[in-house]
Design a protein around this ligand. Sequence first.
Ligand SMILES: [Fe+2]
Length: 259
Amino acid sequence: MLKPYPGRWIDEDTLPGFQQEALDFMHQVQRVSEELMICFARGLHFEDDYFVKAHDVGRTDSQTVCRLLHYFETPRLSNPNGEVFHRAGAHADWDFLTLLFQKAGQSGLEICPGREVSTSFGYGDAWTKVEPDAERNAIGWLCILVHELAQLTHPAVCNVGDQLMAWSDDRFKSTFHRVKAPSDPDDYYGERYSIVFFNQPCKDAKIQGPLKKYPLVTGEEFTKNAMSRNYKALQEKLGGEEGQKPQAADQAPVVSVQS
Ligand SMILES: [Fe+2]
């Protein structure tokens, strides 16, 4: 069971019931995630519970996180040059498997399939919208109806992350995606709420595919490497922008992040 960590929750007086409701939701998403993990394990000829054991959220070194996101409403401004800015810049998730819950009508998520190799920064310009109301989405993402949650949200979007890509010797590919800032007349300009559940293996999990295509790393090392890579990319971006006007987001370096 997930353990409540004292001091990390909004207190009951401020937001009654939030902690319990959040934990209940996370346990539901965890159960769905574990069903998907069994599918991936079978596809890779691991034991059925191989990934489930590696993602034991009852352990104190679990790295799985749930993030509540809110993007503010933005004004309709003229954009004669067609510049593209992002609410969340182009990236691939570094986790094992992401389950995303979007509210109907609050679009903005786009994907850019075509990545070939784990940890490489491929980048294309063919972006496909992933509408929250759609029952099926483009190749590279899998849209599923999530049992109990279907009544509360619309279909969850399920995304393969870098860890699963490495763990599968690149058979399951992580997908570049972004949340585009509205700039075209048909874009959605209102506020956007989403819930993102990042399945990440425990710190001592040993990440290596059946074919041993990549050196073995632990869950902790994988996370540390991803954060170091992102920090370096950010520093380079900031250094490059010093004294310059802000770049359009589609010119920024592509990184793997959790957003
Ligand atoms: Fe993401």
